[in-house]
Design a protein around this ligand. Structure first.
Ligand code: NDP
Length: 448
């Protein structure tokens, strides 16, 4: 509940002006709930219209993306880039290609990205983009033609000092490669830092592919340690089976956890012996098939239709790594009833507000995605550093830096939670610690 007058007013205006943007409004309300603990200490923020400016993107670009499919038919998709906040650095945030993409989803992701990027300690502002294009079932040629058309418009809005996109759902190394190639051709410069998640032969960073998933586990491990626990011997479920879920599962296993269930948008697999990642990686990365195939190939495993069913699998720790609002209150209740003690978010905003309330009420450990999944963008920042100094660090060097950053994010969140009188509350800690730096920069830069 938001009780602070100033925040209530800003939120009410936003709700009135953007009724068709539920995900964005959900993200703002969630963040305001934490920020009301610090807003009363800063009357100067209201005078400077700080919160009104904070919730309004600096710029939104929406554009047509025409391309020709393999049958010679013209297809048209819609492209988006929301450049939300550049107070502490050039806009940075991924591109999502998924049929569900709309302005509300891109705005919520861009808004969360401001705080996430601030938490990494690197100089990166917040942005996000994407398209309602669905790469699933498309040939490489179709994906290439779409990416080229997308970049033919986007290139004029980005640059290493302006806005530096990366991947997200539906945008992996293949898509980044096609977009980078088109950008380079148009601007006629090898500007490595403009996109991250690049291939290793043209400026990519070792460990970027693994970074988000590994980072989630490094962060969660700090939370577990703080509470006198560890991953060792824990039964874990990881939803999703994309980039984030795969490497979250890998690191979790290497820290001693046993991942018994994973999913995609159609259903989930259960393997009581622990997911065989070699098989899973082959299915997802090489063959680009659905997760269902796993159950056909691994004896003793099962496939169940319906992705939400994954929350009914008994576990100690749940790590939602697929998409926003994938766990509703029913899912949360099922986890609680089965005795889970922690929910560590990997995706962006995967729990509905009601699910978060249920998890908190039941006293489970809970970490928000904006803190725990910040390792992806942090390593994108490291990729840009390597591009700038024209050097490549080893996998171990990058992984070590990532580990250090995740520990420092945990410490920053913990310190902020203690200052707010809510020790260990990672949601409050992440929102407050991330915001204070951005607020300070915005105040010092005047009304812009
Ligand atoms: P991928 O496209 O690699 O994988 C997404 C996975 O989630 C797939 O298994 C997909 O299933 C599933 N999924 C997508 N939409 C839904 C849905 N509506 N309901 C259930 N399952 C769904 O994406 P990533 O792994 O990169 O991203 C996963 C999450 O992590 C997102 O929230 C993203 O914003 C966040 N994130 C990603 C970062 C990165 O570095 N990639 C960095 C920080 C956050 P299917 O194949 O059936 O569509």
């Amino acid at each position: 509940m938001i009780t602070n007058d100033y925040l209530q007013r800003v939120l009410a205006d936003l709700q009135k002006n953007h009724p068709g943007e539920p995900e964005f409004l959900q993200a703002v309300e969630e963040i305001f709930e934490s920020l009301q603990l610090v807003v009363p200490n800063h009357p100067e923020w209201e005078e400077a219209g700080l919160m009104e400016r904070f919730v309004e993107p600096e710029r939104i670009v929406i554009f047509r993306v025409p391309w020709v499919d393999d049958n010679g038919k013209v297809q048209v998709n819609r492209g988006y880039r929301v450049q939300f906040n550049s107070a502490i650095g050039p806009y940075k945030g991924g591109l999502r290609f998924h049929p569900s993409v709309n302005l509300s989803i891109i705005k919520f992701l861009g808004f969360e990205q401001i705080l996430k990027n601030s938490l990494t300690t690197l100089p990166m502002g917040g942005g996000k983009g994407g398209s309602d294009f669905d790469p699933k079932g498309k040939s490489d040629g179709e994906v290439m033609r779409f990416c080229q058309s997308f970049m033919t418009e986007l290139y004029r809005h980005i640059g290493q000092f302006t806005d530096t996109p990366a991947g997200d759902i539906g945008v992996g190394a293949r898509e980044i490669g096609y977009m980078y190639g088109q950008y380079k051709k148009i601007v006629d410069r090898f500007e490595g830092g403009v996109l991250t998640g690049k291939g290793l032969t043209y400026g990519g960073s070792l460990a970027r592919t693994q970074a988000t998933g590994y980072g989630i586990c490094y962060f969660s491990d700090e939370v577990l340690k703080y509470h006198g626990k560890s991953f060792e011997g824990q039964t874990v479920i990881v939803s999703g089976s994309g980039n984030v879920a795969q490497y979250c599962a890998e690191k979790c296993m290497s820290l001693g956890g046993k991942v018994v269930a994973m999913s995609d948008s159609k259903g989930y697999i259960y393997d009581p012996n622990g997911i065989n990642l070699e098989v899973l990686f082959d299915i997802k990365q090489k063959r680009r098939e659905r997760i269902k195939v796993y159950a056909d190939e691994v004896p003793g495993s099962e496939y169940h239709e319906g992705c939400a069913g994954i929350w009914t699998v008994p576990c100690n720790i749940a790590m939602p790594c697929a998409s926003q609002n994938e766990m509703d209150v029913e899912g949360a209740k099922a986890l609680i009833a089965n005795g889970a003690f922690a929910v560590f978010e990997g995706a962006n905003m995967p729990l509905t507000p009601e699910a978060i309330a249920a998890v908190n009420e039941a006293g489970l450990l809970y970490t928000p995605g904006k803190a725990s999944n910040a390792g992806g963008v942090a390593t994108s920042g490291l990729e840009m550093s390597q591009n700038s100094i024209r050097m490549s660090w080893s996998f171990e060097e990058v992984d070590e830096k990532l580990h250090g950053i995740m520990k420092s994010i945990f410490n920053a969140c913990l310190a902020a939670s203690i200052e707010c009188g809510k020790p260990g509350d990672m949601m409050i800690g992440a929102n407050v610690a991330g915001f204070l730096k951005v607020a300070d920069a915005m105040m010092k830069q005047g009304v812009v």
